[in-house]
Design a protein around this ligand. Structure first.
Ligand code: ATP
Length: 361
């Protein structure tokens, strides 16, 4: 088990012209499960490969349990890595593939047999142990590859790079739960890369949200949903994502097209900002609130998504199933001020909205 620390780690693939990863300093605590979440190309694999030692960062240092491993090769970092696609020896049976990492480390024969049995049962491949990997379906091959990553008990950390991409949707859920159970039982530090927010939020103790090579927020699934500290977290997490409106702040009074929509809780805010509120915290109101045109109402069975517009800005409110209104007409929605945020030009949250002030039109 291990604590991983990154100090000013950054990476450029083109000699410093552009950075796939901007400087990151953070500690990954011993025994916790982390997810690296972000869209394609945001730098997740780059970061994972730097931790495993497959890639040497252009800048910064990597520490495992306090020891500087920046120049230490992967094999000597005691880390298991599972990739998106199967990495297996086809000349060997599934059993031998699973035994291989243990034999390499001279684990006693009885222990190897016991561990291979445990992992095969956990992954549901106990009947495939004597097959050659190429005879298995591609998703089963990936599960065997997963098994190879999980079979060693002495690893400091396990790194997963989108390991369930090729797995059938239904089995994905089961496998994820089994991986979670294994993590809880072994207490090994886990870093799990995904671009699927459900996968990240259900698997990890903490989620690291990345965008364009930057780590924009680290938090629990609850804090990322309730307190998005960056606009990207607002719209990437949640379904649908956060609504945004351009606002002007004048001594913290927020206006849109000259109309007051509330006052920022933080004093002395001035200049152009963005107001953000999630669809869940926009509530139909008969009294004060923001006035919208109703564009469309989408019935999702147990809730409705009400598509709204205000000038050029599109909003969505998530209402209960009973909501009804005329499409094309006007409607007023109030918002929960403590769940509404004001973002600066760098897309960083600088304030919530003062509870006494929310409303306006
Ligand atoms: P995905 O989810 O698609 O795997 P990612 O978030 O893991 O994406 P990376 O693979 O880390 O992102 O890539 C980050 C950036 O670095 C991208 O712009 C990518 O094109 C670039 N990149 C990745 N590997 C290399 C490489 N070997 N040489 C040059 N550029 C690279």
């Amino acid at each position: 088990m291990a604590e991983i620390r990154l100090e000013g780690v950054a990476h450029s693939y083109d000699g410093g012209k552009t950075y796939a990863l901007n400087p990151i300093t953070m500690t990954w605590k011993d025994g916790k499960a982390y997810a690296l979440l972000g869209p394609s190309g945001c730098g997740k694999t780059t970061l994972l490969n730097i931790i495993s030692g497959l890639l040497k960062p252009s800048e910064g240092k990597v520490f495992i349990d306090g020891k500087d491993v920046t120049d230490v090769i992967t094999d000597d970092r005691n880390i298991a890595q599972v990739f998106q696609f199967p990495v297996l020896y086809d000349t060997m049976s599934v059993r031998k593939n699973l035994e291989f990492p243990l034999k390499n480390r001279k684990v006693p024969r009885e222990k190897i047999a016991q561990r291979v049995k445990e992992i095969a049962e956990l992954l549901g491949i106990e009947n495939d142990l004597d097959s050659k990997p190429s005879k298995l379906r591609s998703d089963l091959q990936q599960i065997v590859s997963l098994g190879r990553g999980l079979v060693r008990e002495d690893v400091s950390a396990i790194l997963f790079d989108e390991p369930l991409t090729v797995i059938d949707q239904n089995f994905k859920w089961t496998l994820r739960n089994r991986l979670k159970r294994l993590h809880l039982a072994t207490g090994v530090t886990v870093v799990y890369v995904t671009h699927d927010q459900t996968e990240a939020l259900t698997f990890a103790d903490e989620v690291l949200v990345m965008d364009k090579g930057n780590l924009v927020q680290v938090g629990t699934s609850e804090s990322l949903f309730l307190e998005p500290q960056h606009e990207f977290v607002g719209y990437f997490i949640g379904s649908p994502g956060m609504n945004f409106l351009d606002v002007e702040a004048n001594s913290s009074v927020l206006t849109h097209n000259g109309k007051t929509i509330g006052k920022a809780a933080k004093a002395g805010l001035n200049g152009s900002h963005r107001f953000g509120v999630r669809p869940e915290f926009l509530v139909p109101s008969n009294r004060s609130g923001l006035e919208f045109k109703i564009e469309r109402i989408e019935d999702r069975g147990v809730f409705k998504l009400v598509h709204l517009s205000k000038d050029d800005f599109k909003f969505i409110a998530k209402t209960d199933e009973s909501y009804d209104a005329k499409v094309g007409g006007k409607a007023t929605f109030s918002f929960d001020p403590t769940r509404a945020f004001v973002y600066d030009a760098q897309q960083r949250a600088v304030s919530t909205v003062s509870p006494s002030s929310a409303g306006g039109n």
